[in-house]
Design a binder for this molecule. Structure first.
Ligand code: 13P
Ligand code: SF4
Length: 325
């Protein structure tokens, strides 16, 4: 009989937190001398989150990047997120510790393919999940994140057919929530679709009574088993509100570090897959503390965008930031 891994369990952090290591102190000192701000996504590893000036979801990070005053933004996340920072704040130097930190979901939607569909159906209103390239953003009418997608889709013109790119799972969740029919691009997040109903049911059986929160990039069958479906930022608020001592978190495992810091005293269970006791995004984990130090020290690798693409992508992104307020 096949044996499955037990879900990884993270008890509360010791009071007083985790002491900094020398490399973290070096990064903090370099931030000052280089006039840099570190923005980190919730999926970054624990040692990076601990030196960041802001840790958040794609929406919070986009607002922070737009408002950043420092001459350099070190973006600890994946490529489309760092591109977003450059699009909304083009006079800053934007560094990504590992330029190969891509996103399979973003890669599933090549701009040329989208351009061809738009040419064939010119009336389409393109709603693009922020997990897409700058070139795809440049072809879109409005951008959404998992934190604001329903709100934004409700504002889309009622007389235009919507094409939602590139995540079909987020798209179907938003469509069900808003009642708005949408054509869905056939893309998904390789990491989130590894969560299965059977693996989640096993975790629930191992932790009876523990409420479950899931990211909308999970499949509908997994979302249906969750008590709450939301963006990574809203997971923090939701976990704070729960009276249960133990909570099951169905998203990338880096999220647990943010939760342990901001929701003290609770035990977090990383939802397992059928193969692993938790779930990492291999792209998010390409950034390491060493690479953060190196990119701060050397001022590279830098995000560079053709100005025509950047300017065209800024229009739907600004629309999102405005509509999301
Ligand atoms: P959030 O905006 O909810 O943090 O999601 C980003 C992401 O890439 C999820 O896979
Ligand atoms: Fe892309 Fe999925 Fe990784 Fe998010 S978790 S960056 S959607 S591959």
């Amino acid at each position: 009989m096949k044996s499955f891994p037990a879900a990884a369990v993270f008890p509360p952090l010791p009071s007083g937190g985790v002491p900094l290591i020398d490399l973290q102190r070096e990064v903090i000192a370099l931030k000052k001398t280089k006039d840099a701000i570190i923005l980190a996504h919730n999926y970054q590893c624990e040692d990076i989150q601990a030196v960041a000036d802001f840790v958040g979801d794609s929406l919070g990070l986009a607002y922070k990047a737009a408002a950043a005053q420092n001459s350099t933004i070190v973006f600890c996340g994946v490529h489309f997120m760092a591109e977003t920072a450059k699009i909304v704040n083009p006079t800053r130097k934007v560094l990504l510790p590992d330029l190969n930190a891509g996103c399979s979901l973003a890669d599933s939607c090549p701009a040329e393919k989208l351009a061809a569909i738009k040419a064939a159906q010119p009336n389409l209103y393109v709603v693009a999940y922020i997990n897409c390239s700058a070139a795809v953003k440049a072809l879109s009418d409005v951008i959404v994140t998992s934190g604001n997608a329903s709100k934004i889709v409700q504002k889309a013109p009622a007389d235009r057919p919507i094409l939602f790119v590139p995540d079909q799972n987020l798209g179907s969740w938003v469509s069900a929530k808003t009642g708005r029919a949408m054509q869905l691009w056939p893309g998904n997040c390789y990491a989130h679709v590894q969560f299965t109903p059977t693996a989640l049911l096993r975790a629930k059986a191992e932790h009876p009574g523990a409420p479950v929160v899931a990211h909308p990039e999970c499949t509908e069958a997994v979302r249906d088993l969750a008590d709450m479906v939301c963006s990574t930022e809203l997971m923090v608020d939701w976990c704070k509100q729960q009276t249960a001592q133990t909570l099951i978190i169905t998203t990338e495992s880096g999220m647990i570090h943010r939760l342990r810091r901001e929701v003290p005293g609770k035990t977090f269970v990383a939802a397992p897959t059928d193969r692993c006791s938790c779930n990492d995004c291999r792209f998010m984990k390409m950034n390491t503390l060493e690479k953060v130090r190196d990119c701060l020290r050397d001022g590279t690798p830098e995000i560079i965008l053709p100005e025509s693409v950047r300017a065209a992508a800024e229009i739907p992104l600004r629309r999102m930031l405005e509509w999301s307020k």
